[in-house]
Structure formats: C-alpha cells, structure tokens
Ligand binder design. Sequence first.
Ligand code: 1GP
Length: 253
Amino acid sequence: MNLLKDIQSRKKLNRKSLAVLIDPDKVEDPNSILNLIALAKECYVDFFFVGGSLLTQDNFQPIVKLLKEKCDIPVILFPGNNMQISNSADAILFLSLISGRNPDFLIGQHVNAAPLLKRSNLEVIPTGYLLINSENNSAASYMSNTVPIPADKYSIASSTALAGEYLGMGMIYLDAGSGAKECITPKMIRKVSETITVPLIVGGGIRSGTSANESLKAGADIIVIGNAIEKNPNLMIEVSEKIYDFNKTLNIH
Ligand code: 1GP
C-alpha cells in the first residue's frame, strides 16, 4: 500500500478523509483505547495519526502495536520529534516545520531520523507543516521554538504552503495546535487550498461536526481530530457521517 498515492487519488476525486489523532501522553493505559478502536471500525475513519509534542510515558510503541493488531485502519506517525518512530506503523509524516525558522525542525531532526527510517518499513511522507494561530501559545509552538503564522495572514500561509509544494513536499498540514481554542478559519483553508495542488491536512481545535464540515467545504482533504474525540468519542460518529455524506455525492462508496 502506498498511502501518499492513495491520498493523492482521493484528492483528485475530491474525496474527504478523517484522521483520528491519538496523543500517547494523554492515554493512561494503552488498553483504554480499545473502545475508541472499536468505534473507529464502525465509523468512516480513514487514518489513525499517533504522536504528540512531548512523551513522558512509555505508551507510544504499545499504542501503535495495539492499533495495528486490532484494526486495518492505516496508522500514520505524526511525530513531535525524532524519538517518535515505530516500525509497527504504516507510514510517518516526515514533517518539516516550514512556518518556523528553527533549523532543527526544518532539517535537523530529520538528519537524525533518516538512517532509522531507511532501516524501517515505514512509508515516509514528506509533509510541509504550518502552525497557524492567533495566540502564540500552543505546545507545538513552544516545543519547536517557532512563531506560528498569524491566523489572518493568508498570503504568508499560502506562499509558505506553495514553497513547501515547490520543495517537493507531498502534503501540506495546517495546524492550529492541539486543543486550540479556535480552529483554522474556512477563509485561511480556502486561501491555502486554492494555492496548492497537493493534499491539504487541517487540524487543531476542531470540536464539532459543524466546524469539521466547514473545514472540508473550504478545501481540507483530511481533517484531524484529537482532543475533542478523546473527550467525546461520539463526535467520531457525527464527523464521519458528515464525511460520508460529502463523499456520497461523489458516488464512490
Ligand atoms: C494537533 O491537529 C492536531 O496537532 C489535532 O488537534 O487535538 O485539537 O484535535 P486537536
């Protein structure tokens, strides 16, 4: 399976996808995600993303293994740093934090990770990662020592995303940061999606079916939800139904 090719073909069809993010640090016991996995199998969940800004427990590897054991939903690593690599996953977002100017997160961490990834079976997906925020206080911003692009600076975000595409990145990820008070605005998503041709991932602070729907309509190809589904797993049902409805009109189910 080549996930990037699959995601690119979905984009050509304008087919939308849902990724459920599991932050291992927010899971006390890996077995506690069994219910979430069972629910995801019933819903239209396309991907599990696993990762976080900081890992203080040893849950990361067991969670990835459990996901792979218990379901067929592809598991994609969304690493906060180069310690978050697991050969049990299907793929890794090889994130370059192009909204920032910290060389360590633009290329440094990647040099350390590259030989490990070469020895792994992971599909490596080059991804331009942009932090967007009206408040400069997300964990990702703090941990990466970078300043997010202001939420109303559409040209800066679009040009940054386009530069990422021109540098060969296979996808662009717009992130308002985990648990953001405000998710990325439809206007920002529209401006960026109209500028790039590669698939667009959008996440951070999506808490309702309505905001998920708005993000999809504005041009997100994949939406990522973590916090809100941890708090209310039933949101997965609501959002996946929205995505189902979206895709139904394309006659591809
Ligand atoms: C964070 O985009 C992800 O990096 C998801 O954010 O946890 O706020 O849904 P939430």
